[in-house]
Every structure is written in structure tokens, then in C-alpha cells.
Design a protein around this ligand. Structure first.
Ligand code: ADP
Length: 394
């Protein structure tokens, strides 16, 4: 006898007085994959659509842990997720739903939309999962995204191209002046011996002019950065949760990457911050896109965005610290040294402007931005923002 036959006596009645026949009909006809598990994670019900989607016969999964239907990292972590939920009531999926990946019998993984509900019965808590296969949608989306990113790249490149030529033109003047003042000073100093004192005076003048021109060149670059990060900022009280969820959705849509395990862990105690929403979303978008690009070839693709209270800041409310962590290869020492300086990039099509603009924006908000190794072995970018309310606990 098969050890994993459906244990009819253990099955919960889906509807009062429903009887086995009704339950069987529902399982056979419900168009989405439906899976019911108990609080230990054991599969109690597995609809026919689920059997088709995962390539398992119902008998092969009943009584087994639902982990078998997940690829890593969820497969190894699922027991911890369940335990965490049982102990704290903090849900990551239950009642929320998410886009994640599932694993077929043959080991291949595919994108799914998962909606999980919870019910209490005499057997303890039961969890119902409805699963939609997103393979086709993902394929269509990827085609669209390829097209979109191609288009946005082209428009970015042409905008940058005109910006760069304007910049080159503006910078050319002070740089030419610096070169000719330096050349003049060198000529005045002569080959050997002490030059006459009137020449020394002219050398001094030429050097003063050269340094004034160098400062002008510096101002042009500063103006450019202010222009890019939009000087006119509108600071308001904003909800971090909204900023982060919108920016994440936007960042992930543009990339066509759905194999990434995205986790958003925001501390509700630091939800209200003072900022220009669009600018901070620009920073988040830069950091998330960089993280996604860094993980392109990583076997494990984990992206986490979390927030927590931090000390400091001008106001009495203190700071909120936002951390964007990835499991990519981390920063090379060369890049780490010049990370926030403009025009440093390791990417073939990169501009090397994202982080420098992000720093300008965060500093204009009175905050700080920095990078550290992440707990997933990649990079974690941290930035701070002024909180809008005082902590309750003092
Ligand atoms: P760009 O993305 O156009 O190169 P950025 O200023 O956003 O410009 O990033 C500069 C460089 O910093 C990148 O080219 C990359 O080498 C490095 N970098 C940024 N974020 C990460 C990250 N999460 N992991 C590893 N390297 C990163």
C-alpha cells in the first residue's frame, strides 16, 4: 500500500456537511492550483490543477512537507518562516500574497503568484494556498521589458549625450584657461636661474587666475549634479512603506527579473520621514537596480530592504535608516574607494552617475549614505532620513 495515500479521516471538511464527493469535485475543477497544509507544513489537500502544474500525482505529495514544492532559498527556510509566524504572528505571505517561485517534480523552477489564507479548525491552523503559474506572463513581460529597457536606455543615453556635450563645452573654457596660465607661468620661470622679480609677480598672478578657473570648473560640475538631482525639492512628511513598495515595484518591473527573492522588512516605528518623495524614490530605484544588476550571475539572488531607527539628525525625532542589501559579489576595493564619485562605473553601458546623484540627494536631505558588506555576502547600501515623529519610548 502506498504510504502516502490521502488520509481521508484527517481531512478537514471544506464546507459544513459538504461530504467527500463535493470536496473531490472542488479539487478536480478549481482552475487554480489549490494546496492546503497544516501548521507543521504537511500537505493535506492538493487539487488536480496543482498536480498538473507541479507534475506530481496527488498521492506523491499528501502527507509530505510543502517545502518539496519550493526551490531554494525558500525550501530550506520554510520551516523557519512557519515557526516565526506561529510565534510572532508576523506574516510575510499570509493574507498578503506575493510573486515568488515554485519547483516542479523535475526540479525546474517557475514563477508563481501565491495567495495564502488561514483558517482555524479542530486540527489547529490550516493554510490554503492558491497558486497561479506566471511562466507565460513572465515571458511576455520579459519581451516587453527588453523593449522598454532598450527604449529607456536610448533616451537616457541621448539625454546624457546632450548633457555631456554641454558639459564638455562649458568645462573646456576654464580648462583651456588653466592650461595657458600654467604654460605662461612655466615660460616666465625660465629654464634656469632666478627670474626677475616682475616676472615672479606675473607668475603669481597667472597661478591665481589658474586656481580661480579651476574653482569655476568645480562649480560647473557641482551645478550639473544639482541639476541632475533636481535642485527644487519639495519636502513633506511621507510614509516609508509607500516610498519603498512603489520604488521596488518600479525597479523590478524594469528589469524583467522575477527570480529574485525580495524581502521588505520595514519597522513601523520609523514609517514617517521628511523628504521629497520623488527624489528618495530615485535613490531607492538606483540602489535596487544596482543590486539587481550585481546579482545577475549570483546563484543566490536575495534582495532585502529594511528600515530601523538610528541616532542623530538635526530634529528631536532622530533618524530612520534604510538598508538595501543584496547577495551579489560585493564591491571591488577599487570601486569602493570612488563609489560615490561621478563617472565611475564597472558596467559596459553604465554612466557612473547613480550613486553620486544619490549622495547629492541624501546629503541635501541632511542624511548620510554609505556602503558596507551585506549579511548575504554582497553589498548593503545604508542611508538615513529625518524622522517626522518622536519615538514613543523616548
Ligand atoms: P552605474 O550603475 O551607471 O555604473 P552607479 O554610480 O550607480 O553607476 O554605480 C557605480 C558602480 O558602483 C557600479 O558600476 C558598480 O561597479 C558599483 N556598484 C554599485 N552598486 C553595487 C552593488 N549593489 N554591488 C556591487 N557593485 C555595485
Amino acid at each position: 500500500m502506498c504510504p502516502f495515500r490521502r488520509d481521508e479521516s484527517a481531512l478537514p471538511a471544506l464546507l459544513p456537511d459538504s461530504g467527500d464527493a463535493l470536496q473531490r469535485t472542488i479539487l478536480a475543477t478549481v482552475p487554480d492550483a489549490l494546496i492546503v497544509i497544516d501548521e507543521a507544513g504537511s500537505i493535506l489537500l492538493f487539487s488536480d490543477a496543482a498536480a498538473r502544474m507541479f507534475g506530481y500525482a496527488t498521492e506523491e505529495v499528501i502527507g509530505h512537507n510543502v517545502r518539496m514544492l519550493m526551490p531554494n532559498p525558500d525550501r530550506d527556510r520554510h520551516d523557519d518562516y512557519m515557526r516565526h509566524y506561529m510565534e510572532t504572528g508576523e506574516a510575510h505571505v499570509i493574507g498578503i500574497g506575493r510573486v515568488t517561485r515554485a519547483r516542479r517534480r523535475d526540479g525546474s523552477s517557475f514563477p508563481i503568484e501565491l495567495a495564502v489564507g488561514e483558517a482555524r479548525s479542530e486540527r489547529g491552523r490550516l493554510f490554503t494556498g492558491f497558486i497561479r503559474d506566471l511562466t507565460e506572463i513572465e515571458r511576455a513581460e520579459r519581451r516587453l521589458n527588453d523593449l522598454q529597457s532598450e527604449l529607456s536606455h536610448i533616451s537616457r543615453v541621448s539625454a546624457m549625450g546632450s548633457l555631456a556635450s554641454a558639459l564638455a563645452h562649458e568645462l573646456n573654457q576654464p580648462l583651456t584657461a588653466i592650461a595657458s596660465y600654467a604654460e605662461g607661468a612655466r615660460t616666465l620661470l625660465g629654464e634656469a636661474g632666478t627670474p626677475p622679480s616682475e616676472d615672479i609677480a606675473m607668475v603669481r598672478e597667472a597661478l591665481a587666475e589658474a586656481s580661480a578657473e579651476a574653482l569655476r570648473a568645480g562649480q560647473i560640475v557641482r551645478r550639473l549634479r544639482e541639476f541632475i538631482s533636481r535642485g527644487e525639492s519639495e519636502k513633506r512628511v511621507e510614509k516609508l512603506r509607500r516610498l519603498v513598495t512603489e520604488a521596488t515595484a518600479l525597479a523590478m518591473t524594469g528589469t524583467g527579473q522575477t527570480g529574485i527573492d525580495v524581502e521588505i522588512r520595514l519597522d513601523p516605528a520609523v514609517d514617517l520621514v521628511i523628504c521629497d518623495r520623488i527624489q528618495i524614490q530615485q535613490v531607492l530605484l538606483n540602489l535596487i537596480r544596482n543590486a539587481v544588476e550585481a546579482m545577475q550571475r549570483s546563484p543566490r539572488q536575495s534582495l532585502e530592504i529594511r528600515s530601523r531607527p538610528a541616532r542623530g539628525g538635526k530634529g528631536r525625532a532622530g533618524l530612520a535608516e534604510v538598508v538595501v542589501s543584496d547577495s551579489g559579489p560585493g564591491l571591488s576595493p577599487d570601486m569602493a574607494a570612488v563609489l560615490f564619485q561621478p563617472f565611475n562605473t564597472s558596467k559596459e553601458k553604465g554612466m557612473g552617475l547613480g550613486l553620486s546623484i544619490s549622495r547629492t540627494i541624501i546629503e541635501a536631505h541632511g542624511g548620510r549614505i554609505w556602503a558596507e558588506p551585506s549579511e548575504f555576502g554582497g553589498t548593503a547600501f545604508h542611508f538615513t532620513l529625518e524622522r517626522a515623529e518622536e519615538p514613543q519610548d523616548g
